[in-house]
Design a protein. Sequence first.
Length: 254
Amino acid sequence: MRLILRMLAAFALVIGAAGPAFAQEELQDGPKSLVISYRASLTHRAAFRRYLADNLAPRLRAMRARHEIVDFRIFYSWYRQPQVWDGLVILRFPTFGAVTRWNTLERTTPGGLDAAGQALADPVATYSTDLAWSRNPDDLRDGEVFYVIPYEYRNEAEYRDYVKGYVQPQFDGWIKTGALDGYEIYMNRYGTGAPWDSLFIQHYHDMTAFGRRQQITASVRTTLRGNAEWMAWSEKKAGIRTEAENSIAELIAH
């Protein structure tokens, strides 16, 4: 049943994907993005951050130059939190078949970590995902502020409608204010519950804009309350999805 719902949702997405927020047609191929989370011990946290920027990032850039991947992002959380990763790597592949190359690397370098990286951290989870919605500038800069929110949902088709009717109008409103530069929303292709079915990555303009997050959120929601469809989703959103621990991170390589 879950697979059928995903196929129906994919068809609806293809029909409605006229705007810039949609990144790709999903489910016509296997998932073309991997989201890898890493945990480091307290004593290795600083060293692992340097490793990701100085060791893993150059290897990923070389893979991109060889067209083995299309793109990548490496995030590092601001703070150490009980249920939050220290490092997060997102890999995008040109085709599902190209994922095979990464799977081969996994045999000797789990999560892309060589011996030096394995001494510093563990790749605790890898998720096969689809970049379902995206609106981001081309000039990403290392050190920028990102807010990452994982969600679980009860029904995928309903959730996709919810994103279109409730989430995107808010995100686009935040972009209009200048507080948000862009966003990406990944859907876990094989998600069956915890820790997440969808992952929001919000790209803030700067520290000042992020500091005004609550104020901007409230302001944009006030303008949207005159939208009957948005209000209908707002009133029932609590039964549609549940939110896990959020994280604040910076982009350290791309």
